[in-house]
Design a protein around this ligand. Sequence first.
Ligand SMILES: [Zn+2]
Length: 286
Amino acid sequence: MMVKTILVAFFVSLTPMLFSFLVPGSKQKILKTIIVDAGHGIMENGQYNGAKGSYSYEDVIALAISKELVTQLHEALPDVKIVETRPTDYITPLHRRAEIANENHGDLFISIHCNAMPPIQHSERIGTKMVTSYVGKGKKKRKVTRRVPQYRYWTTPNPRKGTETYIWGAHKNEDKEVAVRENAPMLQEENYKENYGDIDPNSPEFIALALLKTKQFFKRSATLAGFVEDEFAKAGRTSIGQQQRQIGIWVLQATAMPSVLVETGFITNRRDRFYYKPRGRGLSEQ
Ligand SMILES: [Zn+2]
């Protein structure tokens, strides 16, 4: 049976934070569609795709958190459309996740993951052992005894803990701009003609506009990532902070909207696992 787990602190804080994406005093709602992306999922060969913790899989936790997030978003923002890229236990290919987000003209993309670290390897010299061997042949054969150091090997759980929220790296905006240009989110705006006039998607003006939009998305992603981490900290979690990914996270690059990837904690850490609480009747930690 699938284990249902949630990260309580995350949801308590996420909903009020999302309200700040609605422009105060403005009639124009900039938040119409939110894409919730549960990381990983069961692959075709039946194996889990995400990180493995001591008791649970990232795939299972990410889906449970995403489901809870969707429920709370529906309650708090009934007018906002919520789209799930991975609504079941099974994996959605990465390119498809971005496609779903872009096809639905998402205004915000939130990807949910868990971190994991391998155990730390230790070794210690515990003394020496006398080892006897023979060298030479026939009459020259003699006995040699030498001391050989002895070691003990063991592992301890990795102490890394805390939450971190990733956004697409500012210096990589050109890559994101391609996604923005190809999906033209500015042309989805209700009053785009008022704002941008009759614009040809192949013109240099359009390319400049796409770059401008990309920069705006970067700022909004950074703002949202900051809010998420602030709220984690307020809830007593260790916040590693907001990070810009140096290497590709496809879903952050390929989504033509502000996007964040939340690493909700380390499933390899006891303290972080405490927050992945089992929920509901008859459910227990895996
Ligand atoms: Zn992950």
